[in-house]
Write a protein that binds this ligand. Structure first.
Ligand code: SF4
Ligand code: SF4
Length: 83
């Protein structure tokens, strides 16, 4: 999963672009639900939130939620089945 750091300026560019509805407004900045972030596996070749974020380095790989491509694919399939 990816992580939104405290450098986020709450511009709301990323939230509507997430195919998994993983992004929401948190206490002070936007946040990513690691249970819903597939790093865009299953939808796009690149993480769309990182592509649209105007500030580089705000959205990073979550060091507490490192996943293999297989795990991300499995999560994507589970989330698609819920829809
Ligand atoms: Fe959503 Fe993709 Fe960003 Fe994860 S990487 S939060 S799935 S847009
Ligand atoms: Fe924050 Fe970047 Fe999302 Fe804007 S696009 S709300 S700066 S993480």
């Amino acid at each position: 999963a990816l992580l939104i750091t405290t450098k986020c300026i709450n511009c709301d560019m990323c939230e509507p672009e997430c195919p998994n509805d993983a992004i929401s407004m948190g206490f002070e900045t936007y946040q990513i639900d690691p249970a819903r972030c597939t790093e865009c596996v299953g939808y796009y070749d690149h993480s769309t939130c990182q592509s649209v974020c105007p500030i580089s380095g705000v959205i990073i790989l979550d060091p507490d939620h490192i996943e293999t491509p297989e795990q991300l694919q499995e999560k994507a399939e589970k989330l698609k089945a819920e829809k």
